[in-house]
Design a protein around this ligand. Structure first.
Ligand code: PXP
Length: 254
């Protein structure tokens, strides 16, 4: 089963709504760990709309799980990451107006610059991952740029799952799943780590968790949403259970 990275940005979003001190992302990380989180994921955005610099420092100090810092590939963020020293940095594109990360990083277009960013992070002992669309050209470019890992954007799969009601005999769902599967196989054949995330939830996670060689899933919104009713520890434990559930329905239809 892949490792679970729990994204706790939304806990900080709630705190920032009042610019107060609660709910505390460090407490959230602790609860997530007790529920079985293997990785704590945070996105330090340029506009600091949720996670703040101080949260990252406190999480680094207090969290036993691996810390994954999602960030834009800017000079400011590279300096910050090198000082912080998380286990992994996931480079993501960042749009000021977006509600959440909208698409994958265009590694192919920005290859030369990204190569430098990856080198600087790797020189500090940080594992570097590219959040990309499930696209052959992007995978090959990520390899070229020196990334250790690729996180495939599962948003299109999740959207197809929702519109097909999870019925894998519907071609659109099958096709979008197969695109992730194919890109995942390519990542592995290039000896990079295969991670996935975005818009995964308790219903659609099973088939992705069952993909051959998938190492990590990064999940935020669905877990924090459930936590409102069950508490975060239980919501994380439920996601681990959903990840280990059967991958039934994902074989190629006859
Ligand atoms: N992976 C990446 C790179 C992301 O930017 C996000 C959203 O912050 C996630 C995973 C988690 O997505 P979701 O909140 O939809 O589970």
């Amino acid at each position: 089963m892949p490792l679970l990275g729990v994204n706790i940005d939304h806990v900080a979003t709630l705190r920032q709504a009042r610019r107060g001190s609660e709910p505390d992302p460090v407490r959230a990380a602790h609860e997530a760990e007790l529920g079985g989180a293997d990785i704590i994921t945070i996105h330090l955005r340029e506009d600091r709309r949720h996670i703040q610099d101080r949260d990252a420092d406190r999480l680094k100090a207090f969290v036993a799980a691996r810390l994954n810092l999602e960030m834009a590939a800017t000079d400011e963020m590279v300096k910050f990451a090198r000082r912080l020293g998380p286990h992994m940095c996931t480079l993501v594109p960042e749009g000021r107006r977006e509600v959440t990360t909208e698409g994958g990083l265009d590694v192919a277009k920005d290859l030369a610059r990204l190569r430098g960013v990856v080198r600087r992070l790797r020189d500090s002992g940080i594992v570097v991952s590219a959040f990309i669309d499930a696209d052959e050209r992007q995978v090959e470019s990520a390899l070229n740029a020196g990334f250790d890992a690729c996180e495939l954007h599962t948003g299109p799969y999740a959207a197809a799952f929702a519109s097909a009601g999870g019925d894998f005999s519907r071609p659109k769902l099958w096709e979008s799943f197969d695109i992730v599967r194919g890109a995942g196989a390519l990542i592995r054949s290039r000896s990079m780590r295969f991670n996935a995330g975005h818009a995964l939830n308790y219903l659609n996670v099973g088939p992705i968790a069952g993909l051959p060689g998938v190492a990590e899933l990064h999940i935020g919104h669905a877990i924090v949403s459930r936590a409102v009713f069950t508490g975060l520890r239980q919501a994380v434990a439920d996601m681990k259970a959903a990840m280990s559930s059967a991958t039934h329905g994902t074989e190629l239809p006859a």
